[in-house]
Design a binder for this molecule. Structure first.
Ligand code: CS2
Ligand code: MN
Length: 361
């Protein structure tokens, strides 16, 4: 595995590359060009400058999160081919700076959803939380507004302004899309881009839907073991893979994360892992806890062991962290708690590695 850390380039992050390079064991950053509107080609010149900026700090840039998918592709509109071509052109440019994995998602209109971006916990830290009841009763527009107020002035990944501009109108368009049609639209996208992914040697890694169930009446399909299997079968190229996000999939109690890791990482279809924990408060309510197993409901030892045992050689990053030690910034993406997450994951990996070598001897 290779440990990486999410960093928002182009002045969109308070955290610096200098700080990131000081986290033990971090080899590179996961980033994107946030200012390029979805559907446009990412210019090679910009990417070359980005690579240089990052490499100046001895960090690599081999993973991009996310190159977002234009709604016309998700909706299967006639104009989709133009946006698919732009996606392919972006992939080509990314391959020229040495990018190996693109993380993206196929969630309609919105990305992840939470009811609270700064829930105070007993220890004085703040974290993101999800209350199903709240999401059921809120208009997505109001949720966007609420996020805006709680996000400390930072643009949230997945809630970018260009996504929100025509939110109501776009949600309306999904009324006519059945889940069957949605799967067909995913397949159309995959079959168009995967041959180029192979040519450019870039692995595509879809991020699961978060939370992994329907919200606002929109189709959500990357939600479970069975649906991941269905997704991977749509296009069997090893370049068509997943980002295994433990927190997203793990918020459905029926998802057995270590088993999912063993199955798909064992087949070499997990290209990127987001490893974080969450604590259930009821069936569908949870908050994002510190990474350690004892702090949350997921067993991170079992998850990391499953990655290790299946010979995982992809990229791994801690996912969202709490705000601790008085830190302020983009919810979920502070420095300190995520850095603790890196150290914990590296510790688990080293222990598992050394133990299994000893057992073999
Ligand atoms: C989130 C997402 O869970 C996460 O990592 O922050 O915004 C994620 O980056 C996207 O869904 C990936 O496309
Ligand atoms: Mn994730």
């Amino acid at each position: 595995m290779k440990m990486v850390f999410r960093w928002f380039a182009g002045g969109y992050d308070k955290i610096t590359l200098e700080q990131i390079r000081q986290i033990p064991g971090v080899k590179g950053v996961v980033t994107s060009l946030l200012d390029i509107p979805v559907g446009e080609v990412w210019p090679l010149k910009r990417l070359q400058a980005l690579k240089k900026e990052i490499e100046d700090y001895d960090l690599e840039v081999e993973v991009i999160e996310s190159v977002n998918i234009h709604e016309d592709i998700k909706l299967g509109e006639k104009t989709r081919d133009k946006y698919i071509q732009a996606y392919i052109d972006t992939m080509k440019n990314l391959s020229q700076i040495g990018v190996k994995v693109i993380c993206y998602n196929f969630m309609p209109v919105l990305d992840w959803a939470r009811s609270d971006l700064a829930r105070p916990l007993n220890d004085g830290s703040k974290t993101m939380a999800y209350k199903h009841e709240h999401i059921l009763n809120i208009d997505p527009k109001n949720l966007a507004h609420q996020f805006d107020e709680q996000s400390d002035g930072f643009e949230l990944p997945g809630w970018e302004p260009d996504r929100l501009k025509e939110m109501s109108a776009t949600i309306e368009k999904y009324k006519d899309i059945t889940e069957y049609q949605y799967w067909k639209n995913i397949k159309y996208f995959l079959d168009s881009v995967i041959p180029y992914a192979e040519e450019y040697d870039i692995k595509l890694a879809i991020h699961p839907d978060d939370p992994p169930w329907q919200i606002f009446g929109l189709p959500r399909v990357i939600t479970s073991r069975d649906n991941i299997r269905k997704f991977l079968d749509l296009n069997k190229s090893p370049y068509n893979g997943i980002t295994l996000c433990t927190g997203s999939l793990g918020s459905n109690k029926n998802n057995d994360i270590p088993a999912i890791v063993r199955e798909f990482s064992g087949e070499g279809r997990v290209h990127f892992a987001h490893v974080r924990n969450l604590k259930f408060e009821s069936e569908k309510d949870f908050y994002e806890s510190a990474h350690m197993s004892q702090c949350g409901s997921l067993d991170l030892f079992e998850i990391v062991k499953a990655l290790y045992d299946t010979g995982f050689t992809g990229y791994i990053r801690p996912d969202h962290g709490r705000m601790i030690w008085g830190e302020t910034g983009r919810p979920g993406y502070g420095l300190y708690d995520r850095a603790l997450g890196v150290t914990y994951l590296n510790g688990l990996w080293e222990a598992i590695d050394k133990m299994s070598r000893k057992i073999k001897i």
